[in-house]
Structures are given as structure tokens and as C-alpha cells.
Write a protein that binds this ligand. Structure first.
Ligand code: BTN
Length: 253
């Protein structure tokens, strides 16, 4: 009987699901440190994480059974570590391309890799790379997306779910298979060396691109607009200044 809903070549073909786990990123990293090889495209998915991790040492909170929390193993040995931001671009684009038929062009990537719908955070990505010499040997791509959650705690005032936007529940496995297919397609573009395509597509979908907005950096609040993202991931404003993650804050009001 054919019951594999994952239609890509490798991402999602080996799917391991858990009811509860500490963190899918942790599990995948532990699996990699054991002696047995783990195939590229392996996906670890959890209904609930009790120690889900976000960017910058934050916790990732997600109501049990309501959302997508998963990690994908990629082996981008073709990618020098100096180009690791291109992997961030490809993964972000894959997610956007998968969700765009549902959410349209209001769906954006907030630099560097948050998934935004209007001014709400729909999801985030935590990429952990393992480097061999100058190249990336393994990449653990952790993705959290708010899907069927009805409300969020006050600590995350800007979070939003697909259900809050579209007023219906979604099948998590079906969405996962679509996201895996689209991430695989974007990753294969990267692997085929279509760097300009991936970089331009990422830039086109950037939240606040070419809009006069408020930012905070070095203790100063100012208005500026985003002009580009350097190959290595630095954010460039119309003032000519370049910022790394943690150096600049987006102010919504
Ligand atoms: C962010 O802070 O925006 C990134 C959030 C990433 C969360 C996902 S959920 C699946 C995977 N496992 C984790 O512990 N974190 C990532």
C-alpha cells in the first residue's frame, strides 16, 4: 500500500515522529554523534517539546499537538562555511513557497529568518551547522511554525498562527510534507549553484524591504529602510550602515 505523502526525493523520506521529546534539534544532533550514519533529509518531528530552543538562547514555546516543530538533516558539504547564510536563505524560501498558496504575498521573511504574516510571527528557524575544515558537513535545520494554536501567552505578543489568520484547522503532516518538498527544491537550487536566484528570491520576500521604518541600534532609535542583505547575511540600510544579528532591533511602533 502506498501511504507515503512525502513526494520529494529525500527530505522527509526518513521521518521519525515523537509524542514528546526535549528538542528535535537536540535529538538529531545526538543521533549524529552516535556511530550509525543518518541519511540526508531525515526529519524528526515532535508533537510536543519540553525544552524547545529558539534563537539567541531563547525558549521556543508551542502548545502540545497544535503546531509544527521539526528538524531536518541536510549535508551541504558543497557549501563553504563562509556561505552559510545561503542555507538560511534557501530554507526560509522553501517555507515561504510552501505557505504562499495559503497566505499570499503578505507572507514575508523577517531578516534573518523569521516567518512573518503582516506584523505577526508565524514561525522561526534555528540552524545548527557542524563544520568540517572549511565546509559544512551537517546542518540541523530546526523549524517551528504556529499552525492550529488558538491563542498565545502574553510573553509572545507578536505570535500568530495559521488558524488565527485563516480560521480553520490544518493537517500537520500534510503541511509538513509540502514544506519538506519546497525546502528540498530551494536546497537543490543552492546545490546546483543558482546562488543569484536564491539570493534575489530571498531579498524579494524580505519584510520591510525599501520601506521607511524605525530601528534601534547602538542605543539610538532612527528611521531608515532596508536595501539589501550581503552575501554573508549582513543587513544593509539606505544609510550605508551594515548590521549583524543582535546589533539591530526592528521597532514596530
Ligand atoms: C526562533 O527563535 O525563531 C527559532 C525557533 C525554532 C524552533 C524549532 S521547533 C523545532 C526545533 N527544535 C528546537 O528545539 N527548536 C527548533
Amino acid at each position: 500500500m502506498q501511504n507515503n505523502i512525502f513526494s520529494g526525493l529525500f527530505v522527509g523520506q526518513n521521518l521519525i515522529t515523537f509524542k514528546q521529546i526535549d528538542s528535535t534539534n537536540n535529538y538529531l544532533k545526538d543521533l549524529l554523534s552516535n556511530s550509525k550514519p543518518v541519511s540526508e533529509g531525515t526529519v524528526i518531528m515532535a508533537e510536543s517539546q519540553y525544552a524547545g530552543r529558539g534563537q539567541q538562547q531563547n525558549r521556543w514555546h508551542s502548545e502540545d499537538g497544535k503546531n509544527l516543530t521539526f528538524s531536518i538533516l541536510l549535508k551541504p558539504i558543497f557549501l563553504p562555511v563562509t556561505q552559510q547564510f545561503d542555507l538560511t536563505r534557501a530554507v526560509s524560501l522553501g517555507i515561504i513557497n510552501a505557505l504562499e498558496p495559503l497566505l499570499g504575498t503578505q507572507l514575508k521573511i523577517k531578516w534573518p529568518n523569521d516567518v512573518y504574516f503582516e506584523n505577526g510571527k508565524l514561525g522561526g528557524i534555528l540552524i545548527e551547522n557542524m563544520v568540517q575544515g572549511t565546509q559544512i558537513k551537517n546542518s540541523v535545520i530546526g523549524i517551528g511554525l504556529n499552525i492550529n494554536q488558538d491563542s498565545f501567552p502574553a510573553e509572545v505578543p507578536n505570535a500568530v498562527s495559521l488558524k488565527q489568520i485563516l480560521r480553520k484547522d490544518y493537517d500537520l503532516k500534510l503541511l509538513l510534507s509540502d514544506i519538506c518538498k519546497n525546502i528540498e527544491a530551494a536546497y537543490l537550487n543552492l546545490k546546483a549553484g543558482r546562488l543569484e536566484f536564491v539570493r534575489n528570491a530571498y531579498l524579494e520576500r524580505l519584510y520591510w524591504l525599501n520601506e521607511d521604518r524605525k530601528f534601534k541600534a547602538k542605543g539610538r532609535t532612527f528611521t531608515a529602510s532596508i536595501k539589501e542583505v550581503k552575501p554573508d547575511g549582513l543587513l544593509v540600510l539606505n544609510t550605508g550602515e551594515e548590521y549583524n544579528l543582535k546589533e539591530i532591533e526592528f521597532l514596530n511602533r
